[in-house]
Ligand binder design. Structure first.
Ligand code: AMP
Length: 380
């Protein structure tokens, strides 16, 4: 099925082609026509399924013909759990909207940076992509109005609720007009999400794309047995041996992320840490460099395991295993995306062996744990 059969007009088809998409992903085939018809949607889908384009394209299609809205009265509200996701979605809207006759203005607003520049840019915004806390700040200063919202998107609804934004979301929902279209996306269907769905959606079309905890076949998984004190040298050995030029390394704590990045730097491998204690500016900067292939290693906590879309990331390394098998799948899902293959490597200490077996059982895939005795780790 080609993109041209989904009801999208020529300027969007041109932008899609320029982006290099040849055919729509399953979620796009189902969601785009349904949104154009005005339906509410529940999409059970993870990052990587193509869900962003599935809501961005029909919203742009619908909005391109409308007259400019009243100042500060946004037309679509996209609520997201994290700043990174907000920025990413804004980019998708802007990219696809680049060819439209009438500009559909999209703006991302999120906390951790000063509010004034965001306030100044709000004027004329059609699509507002926001984290809940910052949106409430903007609402309380009357910088934005939600009473004319036509489309509400709740993206990664499970994560929004897990992060404790329930009350904020309820306050925001109370400000929206009753008549509107609602699109809700979530990787899982927890009890909380279910409750939110009942509250928000009306007769939704339900689409399930990827089974939870399933691993795309494009990802090769490998594990190496290692004593805790040899993890650093093994990491450097693997990076050098395979000449990895773009690798995302996961740790469980902020401290370890800082330590690992510091050690890599000391050994001449360009690296930066990426976690919640870093300033927003620092995070944006290192992610930008990493995405552009100008930073060899990004050492991240699970903050980066969801929602961050890095095209063609060839390597993910679990320096430490995550506690939950679901997080393992999210982490390694950063590679092998959009049709390109990738390798996910886990460093397994004797203490991790049991937990790693549980992870494998949960995802339904066996991963061989290879010995590292023969590796020459001296001088690493
Ligand atoms: P998402 O799930 O929205 O984060 O999208 C995951 C990745 O798939 C992003 O890199 C998109 O650019 C890419 N993508 C989405 N739809 C398509 C498509 N139809 N063809 C090729 N790549 C796509």
């Amino acid at each position: 099925m080609p993109f041209s059969s989904l009801g999208l007009s020529a300027p969007l088809l041109v932008a899609i082609k320029e982006k290099g998409y040849t055919s729509p992903y399953p979620i796009q085939q189902e969601v785009i026509p349904a949104v154009l018809k005005g339906r509410d949607i529940v999409g059970i889908a993870q990052t990587g399924s193509g869900k962003t384009a599935s809501f961005a394209l029909p919203i742009l299609e619908l909005f391109q013909h409308r007259k400019t809205n009243r100042n500060r009265y946004v037309r679509a509200l996209v609520l997201v759990p994290t700043r990174e996701l907000a920025v990413q979605i804004e980019e998708v809207f802007r990219g696809f909207g680049s060819r439209l006759d009438r500009q559909v203005k999209t703006l991302a607003v999120y906390g951790g940076v000063s509010i004034n520049p965001q306030m100044m840019k709000l004027s004329g915004t059609d699509v507002l992509v926001a984290t809940p806390g910052r949106l409430l700040d903007l609402l309380s200063s009357n910088s934005v109005q939600l009473s004319e919202v036509e489309v509400l998107v709740l993206d990664e609804a499970d994560k929004i609720l897990n992060l404790g934004f329930q009350e904020e979301v309820n306050r925001i929902l109370a400000l929206l007009p009753a008549k509107r279209q609602n699109l809700l996306f979530s990787a899982t269907l927890s009890g909380d999400v279910d409750e939110l769905m009942t509250k928000v959606l009306s007769d939704p079309l339900k689409i399930t794309i990827q089974e939870e905890a399933s691993v795309p076949d494009l990802i090769t998984q490998v594990a190496y047995q290692v004593e805790p004190e040899k993890k650093g040298p093994l990491l450097r050995y693997l990076i050098r041996q395979s000449d990895m030029q773009q690798v995302l390394v996961f740790t469980s704590s902020i401290r370890t992320a800082d330590n690992v990045a510091g050690k890599l730097q000391k050994h001449g491998i360009e690296a930066a840490a990426f976690h919640g204690d870093k300033s927003q500016g620092g995070r944006t900067e290192s992610l930008k460099k990493f995405k552009a292939g100008k930073l060899r290693v990004l050492v991240a906590t699970d903050l980066a395991s969801r929602g961050i879309d890095i095209k063609f990331l060839p390597y993910v390394i679990n320096y430490e295993l995550p506690r939950s098998p679901k997080d393992y799948v999210h982490r390694i899902g950063r590679t092998g995306r959009a049709g390109s293959s990738g390798e996910a490597i886990s460093l397994i200490t004797p203490e991790d062996a049991h937990h790693f077996r549980i992870i494998q059982k949960k995802m339904g895939k066996r991963v061989e744990v290879l010995p590292t005795d023969d590796f020459d780790l001296q001088g690493q």
